[in-house]
Design a protein around this ligand. Structure first.
Ligand code: E4P
Length: 216
């Protein structure tokens, strides 16, 4: 399972990218709005920092407008992936963009059937939202596992499962076990993946023993 970063915060992005483990970035309109910067600038900054795919979502909801906006976004940088909601118009736009070789991330996916439609329409990625599903009393990991089963049952489907709305390290592990191809995490969650109290405790003891030996 690969790691993407779910952020528009350039300062937070840079140290994570320097680890060499971040292979792409995802964004959404809420994050863009919170950045209080022109979207174009944010996209160009991220795309210059990250070589891999950078998902940017359309605001339009109507088929014609989604396709028009997708063209504008795709023209900004060669690694832009257009994020399109898995609505009736969104899936239709996904098919059109796929025919034009514009990669699509089918977002706001909450059911295996939405994921199947997105894959049949040629989406490069589908984004099931683990945290938001959990918030409804359902299981994000089961959604991922169901999509994995559907995709594995049809070898003509090449869509990658991009686990999104990931709130903590346990979601990351669950996504991996359930068969996600990629997980997108906030910089905070990414950092938390390195942590274990026994690693800190063990390191502290090793250094203490080493220092003590230097004095003898
Ligand atoms: C990523 O593609 C999604 O936009 C993001 O993970 C949503 O996360 P949230 O449910 O925490 O807003």
């Amino acid at each position: 399972m690969k790691f993407f970063l779910d952020t528009v915060d350039i300062k937070a992005l840079a140290p994570s990218v320097e680890t060499g483990l971040i292979e792409g970035v995802t964004t959404n309109p809420s994050m863009m709005a919170q950045s209080r910067r022109p979207q174009r600038e944010v996209i160009l900054d991220i795309c210059s920092l990250v070589k891999g795919p950078v998902s940017v979502e359309v605001i339009a909801t109507d088929y014609t407008e989604i396709v028009r906006e997708a063209h504008d976004l795709a023209n900004l940088a060669s690694n832009v992936v257009v994020k399109v909601p898995v609505t009736f118009d969104g899936i239709k736009a996904c098919q059109k963009l796929h025919q034009e070789a514009i990669p699509v991330n089918a977002t706001l996916c909450f059911s295996p059937l939405q994921a199947l439609l997105a894959a049949r329409a040629g989406a490069t990625y589908v984004s099931p939202f683990m945290g938001r599903i959990d918030d409804c009393g359902q299981e994000g990991k089961e959604l991922i596992a169901s999509i994995r089963t559907l995709y594995d049952d049809d070898s003509s489907l090449e869509t990658q499962i991009l686990a999104a709305s990931v709130r903590h390290a346990k979601h990351v592990l669950e996504a991996a076990y359930a068969g996600a191809d990629i997980v997108t995490v906030t910089p905070q969650v990414f950092r938390s993946l390195y942590a274990h109290p026994l690693s800190d405790k063990g390191l502290e003891q090793f250094l203490k023993d080493w220092q003590a030996a230097q004095k003898t």
